[in-house]
Design a protein around this ligand. Sequence first.
Ligand code: G3H
Ligand code: 13P
Ligand code: ZN
Length: 310
Amino acid sequence: MPLVTSAEMFKKAYHGGYAVGAFNVNNMEIVQGITEACQEQKAPVILQVSKGARAYANHTYLVKMVEAAVIECPDVPIALHLDHGSDFEICKSCIDGGFTSVMFDGSAMPYEDNIKVAKQVVEYAHAHGVVVEAELGQLAGVEDDVVAEDHSYTDPAQVEDFVTKTGVDSLAIAIGTSHGAYKFKPGQKPQLRFDILEEVSRRLPEFPIVLHGSSSVPQEFVKKVNEYGGKMPDAIGIPEEMLREAAKGAVCKINIDSDIRLAITAAIREHFVKHPEDFDPRAYLKPARQAVKDMVAHKLVNVLGCNGKA
Ligand code: G3H
Ligand code: 13P
Ligand code: ZN
C-alpha cells in the first residue's frame, strides 16, 4: 500500500486501546530496523523526520528510503511525518515533498501566534491531503540542541479553543515526559500528570493525543554503553507501564527517538570492544540495525499494543 496519513491509524488506535509508535529516522539502518519489526509484527507505524534529520541525511534520501520501506513491507500502513516543524515554510516544504503528516510546533510561541500559524499549516496541509499535529504546553529536555530545563504542563482549559480554531488533527500535550535520555533525576520517582491527560480527553472526546519524549531508556542499553566505554551516568526514561497506561486511553501516538540512539550506540560500542580489528561498517551496522529491530518489536508488543493491528 502507498504511504498513508495517520487519520485511520488514530481512529483505530483510539477505539482499540493502543497507540501507534512514531519513530525518528535518520539513516537506512534505522528505517530498516523499525519497518522490519513492524512488518513481522503486523503493526502500523509512523516514521518521523526532524529538521536535524533533513539536515543530516537530506530530504530526498529520507523520502526515498521510506518509499523503499513501503515496497518492502507491503502489509504495513506507514505514515511519513515531519517532527517538530518550527514554521510554516518547513511544513510546506515537507507537504510539497511527499510527507503525509506534519507537526507544527508552536509550543514555545505566544498562544495566539501558535493558533495563527497552526491554522495556516492546517489550511495548506488539508488542501493537499496531509494531516497536522500541533502542541500545547512545553516539554523539558533537549530538542535540536536546545535544552529546556522546565516543563510547562498543558493547560486543559485551552485545548478545545485551540483545536476548534486551528482545525488540527492531533494534539501533543505536556504531562511530564521530556526529550532525551535524562528525563528524571537519580532518586526522583518518575511521574506523569495523568490527571491532565484525563481532563484533556474529557474535553476532546475521540480526539487523538500525542506524547513526545516517550523513550523508556532501557537500562540494559545504558549498562552496555557504560560497560563498553561510554559515559551516560543516570540516564532514566519513562517507565514502560506508564506508557502502556497512556496508550490504553486517548494517546494514539507515542514518540520514540532516544531509545533508537541507545540501541545503536550500545551495539556499536560492544562490537568495537569485542572486534577491534573490524573496519567494515557493515560489520558493526548490522548488529546495530538488529538492535533497533529487537527494541522496536518489544515496544510494539509490550508498550504500544499495536502488534497485529495493521
Ligand atoms: O524531539 C526531538 C527528536 O528526538 C529529534 O531530535 O532534532 O536531534 O533529530 P533531533
Ligand atoms: P525521546 O527523546 O524520548 O525519544 O522523544 C522523541 C520525540 O519526542 C521526538 O519528537
Ligand atoms: Zn518530540
